[in-house]
Design a protein. Structure first.
Ligand code: NDP
Length: 337
């Protein structure tokens, strides 16, 4: 008999916490793995496989993708498809896989934003790249101010009816549009499973704008992306910019962010984390998860060692009122939005 290439850990569900997504029947691991940056064609498949297997072995069974994750666009999905073929296929029913469309993907008027034409074609392409019959969650990646909301929502409804996605989600919709969208979807028996937005210690917009409360009211799970603000809320930049870091690439995370005020805040937060017996990254993740309204946070990691560090955040989710107040005051001068 041929040995299977990958045999997941039998204890993979023992230590992970799973939270119900809104009022749905689905529970989601509190840590999900996002494939935005570190799973594209630039990364050796061996490293990608090591991180994905490590995640699954630790109960991180939710993998978050989008059509344009890479770099190059589409290559994170292609690599995920290779993993499906090589190792994950027997475990497909244990996995919650999401993808999205809404940002620029191909040239011309049909490869961007929120039209039915784009969403339908993009999901078909994603399924082919990932070698899947269906995704668990298909997101509208952003609100399109020019396409009628009803068109985008009806496309999501029809995608579920076609069996190409089991659930739908929204990402980065303003509260007003999210409210209308939730109503439309619920009225068409496809309630929105997840709302995805950037939320972390130095970006509290989803909290301040009422988006998190709206999720609760609407029965939609709230899931945070960039919980570490792309690595800023870790020890990575406390003593300069490492050559292999996301900031050194200078595309999505810029060195200009490291102002004296920011550095003071980062050092203060890091000192508090140390006092709590946590790494900075662990405290940043614990801070999000101490709020039961946050269903899950999507981590991006560039190594297994970072994932190992991040998983330890689950060991200490309790904060004293004093610690919470200190985090608020340290981060107040550097709030991003
Ligand atoms: P994070 O905030 O978790 O940032 C990840 C980066 O932080 C890593 O690449 C790494 O940087 C650094 N890092 C992670 N863990 C550690 C650690 N323990 N110690 C030191 N550094 C660490 O998340 P992302 O910004 O990557 O976003 C996560 C996911 O969210 C994406 O993959 C995607 O799935 C989703 N997302 C969704 C968006 C949307 O519009 N819906 C937009 C953005 C993200 P380095 O590479 O320098 O090592």
């Amino acid at each position: 008999m041929i040995e299977p290439v990958y045999s997941p850990s039998p204890s993979r569900y023992d230590a992970m916490e799973y939270r119900r997504s809104g009022r749905s029947g689905v529970k989601i691991p509190v840590l999900a793995l996002g494939l935005w940056h570190n799973f594209g064609s630039h990364k050796p498949l061996r490293d990608i496989q090591a991180m994905a297997h490590y995640a699954f072995d630790k109960g991180i069974c939710h993998f978050d993708l989008a059509n344009n994750y890479g770099p190059e666009y589409g290559t994170a999905e292609e690599n995920f498809g290779l993993l499906m073929e090589r190792s994950f296929r027997p475990y497909r029913d244990e996995m919650l896989i999401s993808t999205k469309a809404g940002w620029d993907m191909w040239p011309g008027p049909y490869g961007n934003w929120g039209s039915r034409k784009y969403l339908m074609a993009s999901l078909d392409q994603s399924l082919r790249r990932m070698k899947l019959d269906y995704v668990d969650v298909f997101y509208s990646h952003r609100w399109d101010p020019e396409t009628p909301l009803e068109e985008t929502m009806q496309a999501l409804v029809d995608i579920v009816r076609q069996g190409k996605a089991l659930y739908v989600g929204l990402s980065r919709y303003p509260a007003e549009q999210a409210r209308v969208a939730y109503r439309y979807l619920a009225a068409h028996d496809v309630p929105c499973l997840l709302y995805q937005d950037r939320y972390n210690i130095i970006d509290r917009v989803p909290q301040c704008s009422g988006l998190i409360d709206l999720c609760e009211e609407s029965g939609t799970g709230f899931i945070s992306f960039s919980p570490l603000q792309q690595g800023l809320l870790t020890g990575r930049y406390l003593n300069g910019v490492p050559a292999d870091s996301r900031m050194a690439k200078g595309v999505f995370l810029k060195e200009e962010m490291l102002t004296p005020t920011m550095m003071e805040a980062l050092h203060g937060l890091n000192a508090l984390a140390q006092k709590r017996g946590q790494s900075f990254a662990q405290m940043a993740l614990s801070w999000l998860l101490q709020d039961s309204r946050v269903c899950s946070v999507i981590i991006g990691a560039s190594s297994v060692a970072q994932m190992e560090d991040n998983l330890k955040s689950l060991d200490n989710l309790a904060f004293s009122q004093e610690e919470l107040r200190l985090i608020d005051s340290l981060s107040a001068p550097v709030q991003l939005r």
